[in-house]
Design a protein around this ligand. Structure first.
Ligand SMILES: [Zn+2]
Length: 273
């Protein structure tokens, strides 16, 4: 497959249905696009070309800076995104604003970026008041660019919106929060408790077929990349119904998983209580 340049990529995005002026959450795999002239920065430029000056681009720039997982505290200006080259290129874009959150920061480009990322530290990572929730309220769509539902962070928001009874179950036993650390504006280390920590997303692809059947998930192709397009609000509504029928459907079946079995057990406790 020949390599793609910025204009070709922008044309592919438009053809797949991305519109000027819309708000878009993007989860991405650079590798899925084959060879791109200029790499991740070109993908970001093409996305911004299509979204235009009034649209918004949000990508995760997660660092998972819990004291038990991360040797370094979250530094909003310096900590690299751990979720892919395209997200890191958005973070480094001169117009991007990164939210201040030690585990689930995001980077946003667009005229309302400041309002979308505001106060993330005082919200839950992906719950009410988070940038993901705000994008949803604004009517955003989600593009899985060469990725699948197991990287769709908004499904964690769906868990919150569906009030699932396992949200308090954490990776650590015996506490309903995890401890994260970060550098504050003065460069000093601070610690904070993270409630509603997003669990495991390994099992999330189970939603793809039911969402397709409901017309909520549309398969699209961006160059060589099999991709998916969804509307946030329709996703939240569909997941509310699916999770009401089957509250454990987003939990994975891996025996070695450190959180899903505990969360599943907590659902059983609920039904026998
Ligand atoms: Zn799991």
């Amino acid at each position: 497959m020949a390599s793609m340049n910025r204009d070709q990529l922008a044309a592919e995005l438009s053809r797949a249905g991305i519109r000027s002026g819309e708000d878009l959450i993007v989860h991405s795999s650079l590798k899925s696009l084959g060879e791109v002239e200029g790499g991740a920065e070109t993908v970001v430029a093409a996305l911004l070309d299509v979204l235009g000056p009034t649209g918004h681009l949000l990508v995760p720039t997660f660092t998972y800076s819990l004291t038990m997982w991360s040797r370094e505290p979250f530094d909003r200006l310096a900590s690299k995104s751990r979720v892919g080259a395209i997200t890191e290129a958005v973070r480094l874009h001169p117009r991007a604003i990164r939210s201040f959150h030690p585990t689930h920061s995001v980077a946003v480009i667009g005229p309302d970026a400041e309002a979308i990322v505001r106060n993330h530290l005082h919200a839950t990572p992906i719950g009410e008041g988070s940038p993901f929730a705000r994008m949803c309220e604004r009517g955003a769509r989600i593009l899985m660019l060469g990725t699948y539902q197991d990287t769709n962070s908004t499904l964690h928001y769906c868990e919150v919106a569906a009030h699932l009874p396992y949200l308090h179950v954490t990776f650590s036993d015996g506490q309903d929060f995890e401890v994260a650390w970060f550098l504050n504006e003065l460069g000093q280390i601070e610690y904070t408790q993270i409630f509603e920590i997003p669990g495991c997303s390994r099992g999330f692809r189970v939603v793809e077929q039911p969402l397709r059947q409901r017309g909520v998930l549309r398969d699209v192709r961006i160059g060589p990349a099999s991709s998916q397009l969804l509307e946030c609000k329709a996703l939240v509504e569909a997941m509310r119904e699916l999770l009401a029928e089957q509250p454990g459907m987003l939990l994975c079946d891996t025996d070695s998983c450190v959180i899903c079995p505990k969360r599943r057990a907590s659902l059983k406790d609920q039904t026998t209580a």
